[in-house]
Design a protein around this ligand. Structure first.
Ligand code: SF4
Length: 302
Protein backbone atom coordinates (compact mmCIF):
# COMPACT_ATOMS: atom_id res chain seq x y z
CA UNK A 1 0.00 0.00 0.00
CA UNK A 2 1.67 3.33 -1.03
CA UNK A 3 2.80 5.15 2.09
CA UNK A 4 1.50 2.28 4.27
CA UNK A 5 3.44 0.05 6.62
CA UNK A 6 3.97 -3.69 6.37
CA UNK A 7 3.07 -5.52 9.59
CA UNK A 8 4.10 -9.15 9.98
CA UNK A 9 1.18 -10.06 12.24
CA UNK A 10 1.73 -13.85 12.23
CA UNK A 11 5.01 -15.63 11.43
CA UNK A 12 6.16 -19.25 11.12
CA UNK A 13 3.05 -20.65 12.77
CA UNK A 14 2.58 -24.38 12.35
CA UNK A 15 0.22 -26.73 14.18
CA UNK A 16 -2.19 -29.56 13.58
CA UNK A 17 -5.50 -30.28 15.21
CA UNK A 18 -7.19 -33.68 15.28
CA UNK A 19 -10.89 -34.49 15.33
CA UNK A 20 -12.02 -34.65 18.95
CA UNK A 21 -9.21 -32.35 20.10
CA UNK A 22 -9.18 -28.82 21.48
CA UNK A 23 -6.18 -26.54 21.03
CA UNK A 24 -6.19 -23.31 23.04
CA UNK A 25 -4.29 -20.39 21.53
CA UNK A 26 -3.39 -18.02 24.36
CA UNK A 27 -1.46 -14.78 24.72
CA UNK A 28 -1.88 -11.08 25.42
CA UNK A 29 -4.00 -8.83 23.18
CA UNK A 30 -2.33 -7.96 19.90
CA UNK A 31 -0.14 -11.09 19.74
CA UNK A 32 -1.70 -12.25 16.46
CA UNK A 33 -4.25 -14.80 17.71
CA UNK A 34 -7.28 -13.29 16.01
CA UNK A 35 -5.35 -12.48 12.81
CA UNK A 36 -4.51 -16.17 12.60
CA UNK A 37 -8.20 -17.08 12.95
CA UNK A 38 -9.17 -14.54 10.28
CA UNK A 39 -6.58 -16.02 7.92
CA UNK A 40 -8.02 -19.52 8.37
CA UNK A 41 -11.52 -18.22 7.66
CA UNK A 42 -10.51 -16.14 4.63
CA UNK A 43 -11.62 -12.99 6.43
CA UNK A 44 -8.42 -10.94 6.24
CA UNK A 45 -8.56 -7.46 4.68
CA UNK A 46 -8.11 -7.38 0.89
CA UNK A 47 -4.60 -5.91 1.14
CA UNK A 48 -3.35 -8.67 3.48
CA UNK A 49 -0.80 -11.16 2.17
CA UNK A 50 -0.42 -14.76 3.29
CA UNK A 51 2.15 -17.49 2.68
CA UNK A 52 2.00 -21.18 3.51
CA UNK A 53 -1.09 -23.37 3.63
CA UNK A 54 -3.93 -24.42 5.93
CA UNK A 55 -6.04 -27.49 5.20
CA UNK A 56 -9.07 -29.06 6.88
CA UNK A 57 -7.97 -32.45 5.54
CA UNK A 58 -4.81 -33.58 3.72
CA UNK A 59 -6.65 -33.66 0.40
CA UNK A 60 -8.84 -30.63 1.18
CA UNK A 61 -8.57 -27.16 -0.35
CA UNK A 62 -6.01 -24.69 0.94
CA UNK A 63 -7.97 -22.21 3.05
CA UNK A 64 -5.35 -19.51 2.45
CA UNK A 65 -5.79 -19.53 -1.33
CA UNK A 66 -9.41 -20.72 -1.80
CA UNK A 67 -11.80 -18.28 -3.47
CA UNK A 68 -14.29 -16.33 -1.38
CA UNK A 69 -17.11 -18.02 -3.33
CA UNK A 70 -15.84 -21.45 -2.36
CA UNK A 71 -15.21 -20.46 1.26
CA UNK A 72 -18.69 -19.01 1.71
CA UNK A 73 -20.48 -21.80 -0.22
CA UNK A 74 -18.79 -24.91 1.13
CA UNK A 75 -16.48 -24.08 4.02
CA UNK A 76 -17.64 -21.34 6.40
CA UNK A 77 -20.51 -22.52 8.61
CA UNK A 78 -20.42 -26.04 7.17
CA UNK A 79 -16.89 -27.38 7.53
CA UNK A 80 -15.46 -24.51 9.55
CA UNK A 81 -17.59 -22.73 12.15
CA UNK A 82 -16.82 -19.49 13.94
CA UNK A 83 -17.77 -18.03 17.27
CA UNK A 84 -16.66 -14.45 16.56
CA UNK A 85 -14.87 -12.07 18.87
CA UNK A 86 -17.44 -9.29 18.30
CA UNK A 87 -20.76 -11.16 18.27
CA UNK A 88 -23.02 -8.10 18.13
CA UNK A 89 -21.25 -6.97 14.96
CA UNK A 90 -21.54 -10.49 13.55
CA UNK A 91 -25.31 -10.76 14.05
CA UNK A 92 -27.64 -9.19 11.45
CA UNK A 93 -28.97 -6.05 13.19
CA UNK A 94 -32.43 -5.94 11.55
CA UNK A 95 -33.42 -9.55 12.27
CA UNK A 96 -34.39 -11.18 15.56
CA UNK A 97 -32.26 -13.92 17.06
CA UNK A 98 -35.06 -16.39 16.33
CA UNK A 99 -35.14 -15.44 12.63
CA UNK A 100 -31.38 -15.82 12.34
CA UNK A 101 -31.28 -19.11 14.20
CA UNK A 102 -34.22 -20.53 12.21
CA UNK A 103 -32.59 -19.60 8.92
CA UNK A 104 -29.29 -21.19 9.95
CA UNK A 105 -30.99 -24.36 11.21
CA UNK A 106 -33.02 -24.66 7.97
CA UNK A 107 -30.10 -24.00 5.62
CA UNK A 108 -27.45 -26.03 7.40
CA UNK A 109 -29.47 -28.99 8.69
CA UNK A 110 -32.33 -29.08 6.17
CA UNK A 111 -34.89 -29.25 9.01
CA UNK A 112 -38.41 -29.06 7.49
CA UNK A 113 -40.71 -26.17 8.41
CA UNK A 114 -42.76 -28.30 10.83
CA UNK A 115 -39.75 -29.04 13.01
CA UNK A 116 -38.05 -25.68 12.72
CA UNK A 117 -39.42 -24.04 15.86
CA UNK A 118 -38.44 -26.92 18.13
CA UNK A 119 -35.00 -27.26 16.50
CA UNK A 120 -34.41 -23.52 16.98
CA UNK A 121 -35.30 -23.75 20.66
CA UNK A 122 -32.89 -26.67 21.10
CA UNK A 123 -30.13 -24.70 19.37
CA UNK A 124 -30.71 -21.73 21.71
CA UNK A 125 -30.77 -23.92 24.83
CA UNK A 126 -27.51 -25.54 23.82
CA UNK A 127 -25.75 -22.18 24.17
CA UNK A 128 -27.75 -21.18 27.27
CA UNK A 129 -29.53 -18.48 25.28
CA UNK A 130 -32.81 -17.66 27.14
CA UNK A 131 -35.85 -18.69 25.10
CA UNK A 132 -37.82 -15.60 26.16
CA UNK A 133 -35.18 -13.44 24.43
CA UNK A 134 -35.42 -15.19 21.05
CA UNK A 135 -37.62 -12.44 19.58
CA UNK A 136 -35.17 -9.68 20.46
CA UNK A 137 -32.98 -7.83 17.98
CA UNK A 138 -29.19 -7.82 18.45
CA UNK A 139 -29.17 -4.22 19.75
CA UNK A 140 -31.53 -5.32 22.54
CA UNK A 141 -29.02 -7.89 23.83
CA UNK A 142 -26.26 -7.45 26.39
CA UNK A 143 -22.75 -8.41 25.33
CA UNK A 144 -23.08 -11.73 27.13
CA UNK A 145 -26.39 -12.56 25.43
CA UNK A 146 -25.02 -11.61 22.02
CA UNK A 147 -22.11 -13.95 22.75
CA UNK A 148 -24.51 -16.79 23.53
CA UNK A 149 -26.55 -16.09 20.38
CA UNK A 150 -23.37 -16.25 18.28
CA UNK A 151 -22.36 -19.49 20.01
CA UNK A 152 -25.78 -21.01 19.28
CA UNK A 153 -25.46 -20.06 15.59
CA UNK A 154 -21.95 -21.49 15.37
CA UNK A 155 -22.88 -24.85 16.92
CA UNK A 156 -25.83 -25.50 14.57
CA UNK A 157 -23.68 -26.57 11.63
CA UNK A 158 -21.79 -29.31 13.54
CA UNK A 159 -18.77 -28.22 11.48
CA UNK A 160 -15.81 -30.60 11.83
CA UNK A 161 -13.69 -27.64 12.97
CA UNK A 162 -14.91 -24.78 15.13
CA UNK A 163 -12.89 -21.64 15.79
CA UNK A 164 -14.00 -19.85 18.94
CA UNK A 165 -12.46 -16.39 19.22
CA UNK A 166 -12.73 -15.25 22.86
CA UNK A 167 -16.01 -17.20 23.35
CA UNK A 168 -16.29 -16.29 27.04
CA UNK A 169 -15.95 -12.51 26.74
CA UNK A 170 -18.68 -10.68 28.67
CA UNK A 171 -19.88 -13.79 30.52
CA UNK A 172 -19.89 -14.18 34.29
CA UNK A 173 -17.96 -17.14 35.71
CA UNK A 174 -20.96 -19.49 35.85
CA UNK A 175 -21.76 -18.88 32.21
CA UNK A 176 -18.09 -19.15 31.29
CA UNK A 177 -18.03 -22.62 32.80
CA UNK A 178 -21.33 -23.56 31.13
CA UNK A 179 -20.19 -22.31 27.71
CA UNK A 180 -16.82 -23.99 28.03
CA UNK A 181 -18.41 -27.27 29.08
CA UNK A 182 -20.78 -27.15 26.09
CA UNK A 183 -17.84 -26.52 23.76
CA UNK A 184 -16.00 -29.41 25.40
CA UNK A 185 -18.99 -31.68 24.74
CA UNK A 186 -18.77 -30.54 21.11
CA UNK A 187 -15.13 -31.67 21.08
CA UNK A 188 -15.91 -34.97 22.77
CA UNK A 189 -18.51 -35.60 20.05
CA UNK A 190 -15.61 -35.72 17.60
CA UNK A 191 -15.23 -32.11 16.44
CA UNK A 192 -11.99 -30.14 16.38
CA UNK A 193 -11.92 -26.87 18.33
CA UNK A 194 -9.43 -24.04 18.09
CA UNK A 195 -10.22 -21.74 20.99
CA UNK A 196 -8.56 -18.34 21.10
CA UNK A 197 -8.61 -16.87 24.56
CA UNK A 198 -6.83 -14.76 27.12
CA UNK A 199 -8.86 -16.59 29.81
CA UNK A 200 -6.37 -19.17 31.06
CA UNK A 201 -8.88 -20.69 33.48
CA UNK A 202 -11.20 -21.40 30.54
CA UNK A 203 -8.25 -22.78 28.54
CA UNK A 204 -7.32 -25.12 31.38
CA UNK A 205 -10.91 -26.37 31.61
CA UNK A 206 -11.33 -27.10 27.91
CA UNK A 207 -8.03 -27.64 26.11
CA UNK A 208 -6.06 -30.79 25.31
CA UNK A 209 -3.08 -28.72 24.19
CA UNK A 210 -2.03 -25.11 24.66
CA UNK A 211 -0.19 -22.91 22.16
CA UNK A 212 1.24 -19.68 23.53
CA UNK A 213 1.63 -16.81 21.05
CA UNK A 214 3.86 -13.81 21.49
CA UNK A 215 4.47 -11.08 18.93
CA UNK A 216 3.00 -13.11 16.08
CA UNK A 217 4.80 -16.40 16.80
CA UNK A 218 3.98 -19.56 18.71
CA UNK A 219 6.62 -19.71 21.43
CA UNK A 220 5.43 -22.82 23.29
CA UNK A 221 3.11 -25.69 22.41
CA UNK A 222 2.47 -28.47 24.91
CA UNK A 223 -0.19 -30.64 26.48
CA UNK A 224 -2.61 -28.90 28.79
CA UNK A 225 -1.84 -31.12 31.83
CA UNK A 226 1.90 -30.46 31.41
CA UNK A 227 1.32 -26.75 30.89
CA UNK A 228 -1.06 -26.07 33.78
CA UNK A 229 0.28 -28.77 36.09
CA UNK A 230 3.73 -30.33 36.31
CA UNK A 231 6.29 -29.63 34.95
CA UNK A 232 4.60 -26.38 33.87
CA UNK A 233 5.56 -24.10 30.98
CA UNK A 234 9.21 -23.82 29.97
CA UNK A 235 9.11 -20.57 28.01
CA UNK A 236 9.65 -17.51 30.27
CA UNK A 237 6.71 -15.69 28.67
CA UNK A 238 4.37 -18.66 29.11
CA UNK A 239 5.52 -19.00 32.73
CA UNK A 240 4.91 -15.28 33.20
CA UNK A 241 1.33 -15.60 31.94
CA UNK A 242 0.60 -18.23 34.58
CA UNK A 243 2.43 -16.34 37.34
CA UNK A 244 0.25 -13.30 36.60
CA UNK A 245 -2.94 -15.15 37.55
CA UNK A 246 -4.53 -14.04 40.85
CA UNK A 247 -4.81 -17.66 41.98
CA UNK A 248 -1.07 -18.15 41.40
CA UNK A 249 1.75 -15.70 42.17
CA UNK A 250 -0.26 -12.67 40.94
CA UNK A 251 2.91 -11.06 39.59
CA UNK A 252 2.38 -9.32 36.24
CA UNK A 253 4.89 -9.57 33.41
CA UNK A 254 6.77 -6.26 33.36
CA UNK A 255 6.53 -4.00 30.31
CA UNK A 256 4.35 -4.28 27.24
CA UNK A 257 4.41 -6.42 24.09
CA UNK A 258 6.24 -4.85 21.15
CA UNK A 259 4.45 -3.23 18.23
CA UNK A 260 4.21 -5.80 15.44
CA UNK A 261 5.68 -3.32 12.93
CA UNK A 262 8.74 -2.70 15.12
CA UNK A 263 9.87 -6.14 16.23
CA UNK A 264 13.48 -6.59 17.38
CA UNK A 265 15.78 -8.77 15.27
CA UNK A 266 16.12 -11.46 17.92
CA UNK A 267 13.65 -12.82 20.48
CA UNK A 268 10.78 -10.33 20.74
CA UNK A 269 10.33 -11.12 24.44
CA UNK A 270 13.93 -10.17 25.35
CA UNK A 271 13.17 -6.66 26.75
CA UNK A 272 10.74 -8.24 29.27
CA UNK A 273 12.55 -11.51 29.92
CA UNK A 274 14.41 -12.20 33.20
CA UNK A 275 16.51 -14.87 31.47
CA UNK A 276 17.61 -12.83 28.43
CA UNK A 277 21.26 -13.02 27.39
CA UNK A 278 23.34 -11.91 24.43
CA UNK A 279 22.32 -15.13 22.66
CA UNK A 280 18.75 -13.86 22.58
CA UNK A 281 19.74 -11.22 20.02
CA UNK A 282 19.27 -14.04 17.50
CA UNK A 283 15.77 -15.35 16.90
CA UNK A 284 15.26 -18.71 18.66
CA UNK A 285 13.95 -21.41 16.32
CA UNK A 286 10.77 -23.26 17.27
CA UNK A 287 11.81 -26.84 18.01
CA UNK A 288 10.43 -29.51 20.30
CA UNK A 289 7.42 -27.36 21.14
CA UNK A 290 9.49 -24.40 22.27
CA UNK A 291 11.19 -21.26 20.91
CA UNK A 292 13.66 -20.12 23.56
CA UNK A 293 17.45 -20.11 24.04
CA UNK A 294 17.17 -20.51 27.81
CA UNK A 295 14.01 -22.43 28.73
CA UNK A 296 13.12 -22.65 32.39
CA UNK A 297 14.95 -25.83 33.32
CA UNK A 298 18.11 -24.38 31.82
CA UNK A 299 17.68 -21.26 33.97
CA UNK A 300 17.05 -23.33 37.10
CA UNK A 301 20.15 -25.40 36.45
CA UNK A 302 22.37 -22.36 35.76
S1 SF4 B 1 15.05 -16.58 23.86
FE1 SF4 B 1 16.03 -15.41 25.51
S2 SF4 B 1 14.86 -13.53 25.70
FE2 SF4 B 1 13.62 -14.98 24.53
S3 SF4 B 1 12.34 -15.94 26.04
FE3 SF4 B 1 14.12 -17.25 25.79
S4 SF4 B 1 15.58 -16.56 27.36
FE4 SF4 B 1 14.01 -14.97 27.16
Amino acid sequence: MPGGRDVAAVNDVSFDLAAGECLALVGESGCGKSVLASALLGLLPANARTRGSARLAPEGPDLLTASQAMLSRTVRGRRLGLIPQSPSAHLTPVRTVRAQLEETVREVTGTPRAGLRAATRRAAERAAFPLDHLDRYPHQLSGGLAQRAATALALVGEAPLLIADEPTTGLDRDLVDRTVDELRRHVDDGHGLLVITHDLAAAERIADRVAVMYAGRIVELRSSPDFFGEPGPRHPYAAGLLDALPERAFVPIPGLPPELDALPAGCAFAPRCPAASETCATLPAFAGGLACHHPREAVADA
